[in-house]
Design a protein around this ligand. Structure first.
Ligand SMILES: Nc1nc2c(ncn2[C@@H]2O[C@H](COP(=O)(O)OP(=O)(O)OP(=O)(O)O)[C@@H](O)[C@H]2O)c(=O)[nH]1
Ligand SMILES: C=C(OP(=O)(O)O)C(=O)O
Length: 230
């Protein structure tokens, strides 16, 4: 197993919450191409996000918090990924906090990444984490500028997150520093709707999402090509 190169002084644990696919990504149901299974697509989106995060420089471990058996099994097979089972629905912030609480290395920065970023490029996450290393708490806005896709806390800073509607403004109000990642970073394109999915497809979605959409693999960047199994 090859370690990713360091992206700076801080090494990170990245927590990714994933709702059970049977109930998650409900807003995606409207406008999906015929024949696309929404639950399978929701899992594929989450697993592409997890796989990209696990390949980002500076990331020591990815902690997936989920009650979904299939996501658990597939994520657990990836190097640097650990799954924390969610025994009852907790809500997003509580699920993230449960994952953060299992991070044992006190010298590690902690980050929460939403699990709906199918176009995420590992280098875009690495770039954001490097920026997050120089502030106590950081936040990355989604493409609309209203939500948050990444929240960070450097070692020693107590964990806090305030995900949900208009979370970017609420994170900023709690003194999270807006991390200056490019407007077109793949880290910003979360997918809640079919229109978002179309934008993610332009950026280039991961191999699992492409397969769930029935897209010809040859036009998809090989984001999963170099993944190693644990
Ligand atoms: N483990 C866990 N993950 C959650 C929970 N709520 C949301 N998430 C995850 O957080 C991320 C962002 O959530 P939303 O955009 O609200 O996703 P969603 O609830 O699946 O989507 P909608 O049903 O369309 O509202 C996704 O990766 C979700 O799977 C929760 O209670 N537990
Ligand atoms: C969960 C969030 O947003 P969305 O529902 O748009 O993914 C958020 O921005 O905190």
């Amino acid at each position: 197993m090859t370690e990713p190169a360091s992206s700076g002084a801080v090494r990170w644990a990245v927590v990714i919450p994933v709702k059970p696919a049977a109930v998650g990504k409900s807003r995606l149901a409207d406008g999906l191409p015929g024949g696309v299974d929404r639950a399978a697509l929701a899992r594929a989106i989450a697993l592409d996000t997890i796989a990209a995060a696990a390949q980002a420089a500076g990331v020591d471990e990815v902690v997936v918090v989920t009650a979904d058996d299939e996501v658990d099994a597939a994520a657990s097979a990836l190097a640097r990924v650990r799954v924390v089972r969610e025994t009852e629905p907790k809500g997003l912030d509580a699920a993230v906090a449960a994952g953060v609480a299992t991070v044992e290395a006190p010298g590690r920065g902690r980050a929460a990444l939403l699990g709906d970023l199918p176009a995420l490029a590992p280098e875009d996450l690495a770039d954001a984490l490097e920026r997050g290393a120089s502030v106590e708490r950081g936040v990355v806005a989604d493409s609309e500028g209203t939500g948050s896709t990444l929240v960070t806390a450097v070692p020693g800073v107590p964990w806090l997150s305030a995900f949900g509607v208009d979370s970017f403004a609420r994170h900023r109000a709690q003194n999270f520093v807006a991390l200056d990642v490019p407007a077109d970073s793949t880290l910003r394109r979360d997918v809640d709707t079919a229109a978002h999915l179309a934008e993610a497809a332009v950026l280039g979605v991961g191999s699992r999402t492409a397969a769930a959409l029935g897209v010809v693999p040859a036009v998809i960047p090989p984001s999963g090509a170099s993944e190693s199994l644990a």
